[in-house]
Structures are given as C-alpha cells and as structure tokens.
Design a protein around this ligand. Sequence first.
Ligand SMILES: [Zn+2]
Length: 418
Amino acid sequence: MGYWKQKMIEEQDRGWSSLGGKCVCAKCIEDPFLSAFVLENSIEHECDYCGRKSRKKPIAVGMDNIMEVIDEGIRSEWGHPDDEGVAYETAEGGYQGEVLDTYDLIYDKLENPFANKKVADDVISSFDQQGALWCQKDFYGLLPQDVLRYGWENFVRVVKYSKRYLFSKDMGEADFLGRKEELPPGQFLERLGEIMTEIGLVRSLKAKSLIYRVRVHEPEETYQTAANLGTPTVENARFSNRMSPAGIPMFYGAFDEVTAVKETFDPARKNSPVITVGQFRTARTFPVVDLTRVPSVPSIFDSERRDSRPALIFLHHFMRDLGAPVTKDGREHIDYVPTQIVTEYIRHLYKHPDYGIVRGILYRSAKREGNCCVFFFDCEQCCDIKKGWTEIKESYSAEKPKFWLGLDRKKVHRLVPS
Ligand SMILES: [Zn+2]
C-alpha cells in the first residue's frame, strides 16, 4: 500500500486529518490546560496562526501533537451518534436526538477553547474532513453531573414540599429494567458526603483564627461578653437561618468585620440602629468543610483531573443554590430547609476518613467578597478570653475541652451605621 493511502486509512481510523506541519503558540489558545501543554512541549520557534516568533526559546508545538490531546479530551464525553446508538429515521429527518457538528460542539458546548479563530477553524476542519458528528456519550443515559443535579433538585423539592423529616425513607423507584440511575432523596446526603471527601473539601482551620460576630440592637442595650455576643441560647435561637432552623443554635460569623456587618445588618431595617462587633479567636485547630475554595472545573482535555468534572460541575451549581438570596418574609422557613438538612448531615453524620468529625462550614458571603462561617458550638462553648481558657476541660471529662471560641473583650466595639 502506498504512503498516502496508508495515511488516509490512519486518519479515518483516528477521526481527524493531519494539519501538516502547522504550529501553534500558547497565546492562540484559551483553555488553560491546552495552553500549559503548549508551553511545556514547545519545540518550534514560530506560531503559524499569530505569526509570533522567538529566536531564543521555543514557543510553539505542532498542531498534530495538540490535536491528539484535543481528540482524546473530546472523545471522553462526546461520541459519534452511530457509535452511541442514536436512532436514525429518514422519514423523521435524520437522527432522533441532539446531534451536533464540530462547529457547534467547539463553540457552544466547549465554549471555544481557542483564542485565535484560525486555530478553531483548523481544528473544526480537521474533524470535519473525517465526517465527524457528535452526540453526548452514553446517549440514552443521564450525564453523571446531571444525576447529581437532578438528585439535588429532587431532594430540595421533597424536603420542602413533601417529606421533611422522613425523606431518608425515600429511596426512589427503579425503572422497568430494574435500573436505578437517579439519586433518590434517601441517598443524596451520603453521595454528597462522598463528593466532599473525594474533592477534598475538608481542611483544618488553624487555632487562633480570628472570627467576627455582630449583633444589631437598640442604642440603650449593651453587649460586651461572650455570653451575649457568642452563639445564642436555645431560647434566643428564634429565627430560621440558612444553616440552622429556629431552636437549634449555631455560631455564625465572618473572617472580617465588614463582611460580618454586611451579613447581619440590613440597612432597610432602620429601627435597630446600633451594631456591636465582637472578635473571637478559635481555641484550637479543628476540621471544617470549606466551600470557599472549591477547585474550578478541570478542562475536558486534562486527562488526569477529568474524572472530577461531574462532581465539580455539580458542586459549583450546588453552591450557587446554597448562597442564593432568600427574602425574609416568612418563606425562609421553607427555603432554608434543604441547606439546614445538609448542615445537620455534615454536623451529625458525616465523618471524614482522616479528619474525623467536622466542626463547621466555611462559605462565601452572598453580600460581598468575603468569607463566612457557621460553627457547631453552642453558647456554653464560647467564653471571654482569660488566662488558660483553652486548657479548661468539661466537668464530665478530663479529655474534652470546654471552650472552642474565645471573645477578646478589649476588641468589642460599637458602630453606628450612617
Ligand atoms: Zn500564536
């Protein structure tokens, strides 16, 4: 067989045509993984797309090298409709389901990974010359990220409107083939816990971390001690909050004063014009679920981190829901239920294989660029800082420390909002 014939067969098998000796530089590529690949593997001194040249160090790689990575990445989530079993009905106008050409795949589904249009054009024509058509892999199944997302949406619906306390009995129903692809409410929390462990959302919060907590009150009232600036008592936990229902007290705070004020003080409510700010210190290092540093979704081309894409796509969606603003008009008692249950799960059932029981959740403020926390410590576990306070043990145990958060009384101050 001749060389060209051989080459044609090879190209057909792999599904894309060679782009000859063309080279591309990192600046012509948007996707961070692909552009890092170019930087690491550069052996050429000129980019054929933007014309950039460098005499000293190499800046570009061959398009055929990067096409291998692009092809492998795309095929991890997209396949040919014939290979994925998409029904084809001539009378009904062709494939029965969403089938895309390479242009739509690159621009719509992959949000164009290329910074230079000419690179995108070449990639598209390389696939198109081999008759590429695309559909979601495992066409008739649910994408893993959608299983999680629908699982969460269903969980929210069930605990808000149907089974608030007995939702764990809801294990869903298998379809007629006995498959259970969905994630029923009774399994959702456990799956969420696995994701938190897999993605590495648990970390240690260092001893002596500073946490700010704010109370809004009438001018004639005074708040100066941990007893009234710390976690409210059971009697005073009268409001339904994002993470805790009325009657179950938790310590809400922020990592800076401005965020603490913005989270607590509603300028529209003019009848409570004074704010008291307390600065607390954590007594010791303890594990928390940190939702402020959830990694970004890895590139489809990143073969090492690609497996975490479904979980991370879901987590980012989940966090938007967690932080969504809720109007306090009485409906918060319903709207906060799902996050309150997730918090209860994290507090009482979740256990990290290395860190053990977690003591709180860190999350981003919905009001400004700043981080907030909710800690699972009651008012008895907060005290005013005094000599040896971190060493005091519970009366019933020589092991268990009594206090977890200490108020620095010298730093307590009042603000009068303008
Ligand atoms: Zn370039």
